[in-house]
Design a protein around this ligand. Structure first.
Ligand SMILES: [Ca+2]
Ligand SMILES: [Ca+2]
Length: 300
């Protein structure tokens, strides 16, 4: 049995094209969004409930869906034990290779984006830019706080949305990870007079895993420093270190991930991490560890 697995593993090494250094994230298909696979994050900042900083929570991309303005979106949630959680509404458009964002909800605050904006355009690479020039974007916010002012409902029309992508190595509890930083800036005028800027930043690993997300609000008229709405960082590359693709079982698919990176030095943590023993190289030890745990089933 063991011998057979080694044969499969070495054949896999031979057929997989070595990983290119300059990294680009191709459209990974629906499966590449790890739908319904829990990932652990730590809250690194939030103005809403500062005592939650340092708490760990679980992020899930779907699998539940919500219908907003007649279209279905994945309800992506981040939950800790004492939070109702934050929700991000994303749509996957496989035909065009884009991820759209329809809204955000945290506590009682809800932001609906009309129409949904392109949040990731694949393939994703440093230097890429896009904007909403051809769309009139409107933000509808419920129960929002700007500085000390609480506003029950607010419509902001003609919002400009600009996104740029850059390379960024980031240090999170998981380790130092090479990422592509997607920075989206929403700008608009509230009540025709107060300028408000919302910046959403997502750091994506080469394997399309959001390693960190932050969302900040600035209004020069209303506040001296930006308000961190939320800031969350990946806490572990993988809760079950042998189940690299988070599907709940250690099998050939996980072995394929190890073989894909076989022989490579791991300069920055990969997510998921094929360097199982943490010696910075993907080698036979990692493969043996994985094979020793082959067939194990993890409860999610
Ligand atoms: Ca697996
Ligand atoms: Ca290793």
């Amino acid at each position: 049995m063991k011998f057979k697995l080694f044969i499969i593993a070495f054949i896999s090494i031979a057929i997989i094209i070595p990983f290119a250094k300059a990294f680009e994230i191709p459209f990974p298909g629906e499966a590449g969004f790890y739908i319904g696979k829990p990932m652990l994050y730590i809250i690194a900042g939030t103005a809403g409930d500062p005592k939650t900083v340092g708490q760990e929570g679980v992020y899930n991309f779907g699998p539940d869906k919500v219908t907003l303005d007649g279209v279905e979106y994945y309800d992506c949630s981040f939950k800790t034990t004492d939070l109702d959680g934050a929700h991000f509404y994303f749509g996957i458009n496989s035909k065009n290779g884009i991820l759209t964002q329809k809204g955000i909800k945290f506590g009682t605050t809800e932001i609906n984006i009309k129409p949904a904006v392109v949040t990731i355009k694949y393939p994703l690479f440093a230097g890429e830019k896009w904007d909403n020039k051809n769309n009139k974007t409107e933000l509808n916010a419920k129960n929002i706080k700007i500085g000390d002012i609480a506003i029950p409902e607010l419509n902001v029309k003609d919002v400009t949305v600009e996104t740029k992508v850059s390379s960024s190595a980031i240090n999170v509890p998981t380790g130092n990870v090479e990422c592509l930083l997607i920075e989206t800036v929403y700008k608009g005028n509230v009540l025709g007079a107060i300028s408000v800027k919302l910046t959403q930043r997502t750091w994506m690993s080469v394997d399309n895993v959001p390693v960190k997300r932050s969302f900040e609000l600035v209004s020069e008229q209303l506040m001296k420093t930006p308000t961190i709405v939320y800031d969350m960082e990946l806490s572990e590359p993988n809760p079950d270190i042998y189940d690299l693709n988070w599907d709940g079982v250690v099998n050939i698919l996980d072995l394929m991930i190890v073989t894909k990176y076989y022989g490579q030095n791991i300069q920055s943590v990969r997510v998921p991490n094929p360097d199982i023993d943490g010696n910075r190289i993907v080698d036979l030890n990692d493969m043996e560890l994985l094979i020793a745990h082959f067939g194990e089933v993890y409860k999610k």
